[in-house]
Design a protein around this ligand. Structure first.
Ligand SMILES: CC(C)(COP(=O)(O)OP(=O)(O)OC[C@H]1O[C@@H](n2cnc3c(N)ncnc32)[C@H](O)[C@@H]1OP(=O)(O)O)[C@@H](O)C(=O)NCCC(=O)NCCS
Length: 155
């Protein structure tokens, strides 16, 4: 499938939220989260959400990049999803690569739920390593794993 990645706008809100459905992420954190529309709108307005669009012009995934979002210095991948029917075709890999390119950094951070084994495996394959765990961060009884990737300068 041919996709291109571009800056998202409020017009992409519904499709981004739809991409989150059918995932451990949605079931655990978002399904009962009020004001999810407002949360996404703030991300679009801050120009932090980039979307993957297929050749029919449909938004099939997004990546939410907070520049300086970690320790006020390093890029933080805040949220990321691909629509269920489009997963396992390399679109997530393309979005993650895009995150690393637009971030202009050699150090990246993100959090992944200890319950989200699919995402943990995905990030590990892309060079992210666990450096810590925060218990009860977003939900009682669930830990978030802190992942980081450090790209060594060439040469
Ligand atoms: C995590 C997520 C974004 C990955 O997106 P994706 O588009 O499925 O990612 P990719 O297709 O690049 O890679 C997924 C798998 O498909 C495989 N794959 C990639 N291209 C493929 C192809 N052409 N044919 C077959 N398999 C392929 C990859 O090897 C990869 O396997 P791995 O995860 O074991 O490494 C997606 O699973 C998702 O939206 N999950 C729900 C939300 C979520 O958990 N987000 C992360 C929160 S921290």
């Amino acid at each position: 499938m041919k996709v291109h990645i571009c800056l998202g706008t409020r017009a992409h809100r519904e499709s981004c939220i739809r991409a989150l459905h059918d995932s451990a992420l949605w079931d655990t954190y978002f399904s009962d989260l009020p004001m999810i529309d407002d949360m996404f709108d703030r991300g679009f307005d801050a120009k932090e959400i980039h979307v993957a669009v297929n050749d029919r012009g449909e938004c099939i995934g997004y990546i939410w990049v907070a520049r300086g979002g970690c320790f006020a210095h390093f890029p933080y991948l805040r949220s990321f999803a691909v629509e269920k029917g489009c997963r396992n075709q390399g679109i997530g890999a393309g979005l993650l690569r895009y995150f690393e390119e637009v971030s202009s950094s050699n150090r990246f951070f993100l959090l992944v739920s200890e319950l989200n084994e699919t995402a943990q495996r995905f990030y590990e394959r892309h060079g992210y390593t666990p450096v810590g765990k925060v218990p009860n961060l977003f939900k009682n009884g669930i830990s978030e794993i802190i992942l980081t990737k450090h790209v060594q300068p060439a040469g």
